[in-house]
Design a protein around this ligand. Structure first.
Ligand code: NI
Length: 136
């Protein structure tokens, strides 16, 4: 009797996409306006999915209060209103694409959430563009 509990949350952040091994022209060719040297912002929507057995005692997969607390403390406080390239250590050497942001969030939360649950991170960079990272 497995189910997936999902919590949707939100943060705002700035970033610049670039590969430091490439010159400005090549970065602009690959990343377009997302490689603007002075950064740009996104309103990210984040969905954390936790899959596991329904606990017969509570009827929950996972207590949503706990999932909210873990996400707020370890992800939202770290990312919200930040410049990802400059303010978040994980992106000093890593391009802050939606894919990489989702992977970093997954790595952070994987340490906090019981391994009896499987974990998936869905990150919307725009209304139409989103990625999913499941650690596989
Ligand atoms: Ni962007």
């Amino acid at each position: 009797m497995k189910a997936t509990a999902c919590r949707k949350t939100h943060f705002n952040a700035a970033h610049r996409l670039m590969n430091p091994a490439w010159d400005d022209n090549r970065n602009k060719e690959i990343f377009g306006v997302c490689s603007n040297p002075n950064y740009h912002g996104h309103n990210y929507d984040l969905i954390i999915k936790v899959t596991g057995d329904i606990d017969p005692a509570t009827g929950y997969v996972m207590d949503m209060k706990l999932l909210k607390e873990l996400t707020d403390k370890h992800v939202i406080q770290k990312f919200d209103h930040k410049n990802l390239n400059l303010d978040v250590d994980e992106f000093r050497q890593l391009n802050p694409t939606a894919e990489n942001i989702a992977m970093i969030i997954w790595n952070i939360l994987r340490k906090e959430i019981d391994h009896k649950f499987s974990l998936s991170v869905v990150l919307y960079e725009t209304e139409r563009n989103f990625v999913e990272y499941t650690g596989k």
